[in-house]
Design a protein around this ligand. Sequence first.
Ligand SMILES: O=C(O)CC[C@@H](O)C(=O)O
Ligand SMILES: [Zn+2]
Length: 444
Amino acid sequence: MEPYNGDWMRKYRGHCKLVVKPGSTEEVSKILKYCNDNMLAVVPQGGNTGLVGGSVPVFDEIVISTARMNQIRSFDEMSGVLVADAGVVLEVADQFLAEKGYLFPLDLGAKGSCHIGGNVSTNAGGLRLLRYGSLHGSVLGIEAVLPDGTIVEDLCTLRKNNTGYDLKQLFIGGEGTIGMITAISIQCPQRGKAVNVAFLGADSYEKLQLAFREAKSQLSEILSAFELMDSYSQDMVHRVRQNKRPLDGEYPFYCLIETTGSNTEHDADKLEKFLEDVMSKEIIADGVLAQDETQIKSLWSQREGITECIGHFGGTYKYDVSIPLKDLYRLVDETRERIEAAGLKGDSDEFPVVEVVGYGHMGDCNLHLNVAVRRYDKRVEEVLEPFVYEWIGKINGSISAEHGIGIAKKKYLGYSRNDAMINQMKQIKKLYDPNGIMNPYKYI
Ligand SMILES: O=C(O)CC[C@@H](O)C(=O)O
Ligand SMILES: [Zn+2]
């Protein structure tokens, strides 16, 4: 039961005694009907890589795993529409598409274990939302099972479909609270043949913002990622991996820029010119361009590896938030000041906090504020919460950009949603799940 009861951050732990692994939508339907008739609570679970405790039980809820529902149902090579079971691993879906010259329009660090059904239920954002948009746009249809066993079959394969309320949107980001997604249809873009990556260092957050503006204007249609990393996050990666840093010098801020297009020479030329320009204007202090596939992977791992390296020290308090760009990094500075003022951060074992770091998807105004700790500690939590959420609320940001609500943010929803909205959400929950068996104690 161990892997089904605990999340990978070792922060949330349930006491479930039963895991069921249906092999088909019909089996999910029978299970849910039985559970609903007998008032048994359930937790749908995919790869269990979530970061807000949404996919593990709180008490003894029954886990319904999508692990055995892992078939690609169809792929249309003309339209690029993929129809697949919820339990297909994201990387497996992407590799399948790669062979056909296409790409899954979502990519994230946990791709080797997360399931596409879980991605859609969380409305995961990932590393290239800037280019390919949100799942609310690319998911064309879903198949889901309601708590009473009803199968909602809406695996539409068309982009345009204005026929009444767009009900699938409730399941995208619904975190399994109104039904369980069993399959999805999704619009996949062509895989760009030319991928280039640059890793840049900047002397200030202001300069990084200027670099972002230039990147949008000079790289325009080929820009596929613009990721932010502060020096603290890179120090953590270095401490854990002891690897050679990408740049010779050290800078307070770094960014990773990726371009994806169809013409290698044209794209490389554009990126080189951009680099020359931002360096000559002293917007960027130093930069390196990946020369081959291996270097592309190693530069990306400086960014994708942050979560894992930070976790290495013990635990992490994670805040996945949206903030208008100009204020985005201020939250990290202010949080670090508070933690230091409370005397909670230090190099030796007596201090719970190792470091306060900021990184994320700058292109989408999405900050990951992470507080790496040697152990979870109430004193740290009290300094962080509700401070972080109040800060976000005041600035009209979002307390959950891409990781969802789960158990971690349930009580803070009011900082991003007003009473009228929360009431509507409660009504929807009641309508779909009157017995409250679907992923209870979370979300709403
Ligand atoms: O661990 C985190 O806080 C962020 C994880 C993920 O969303 C990322 O962007 O790397
Ligand atoms: Zn992220």
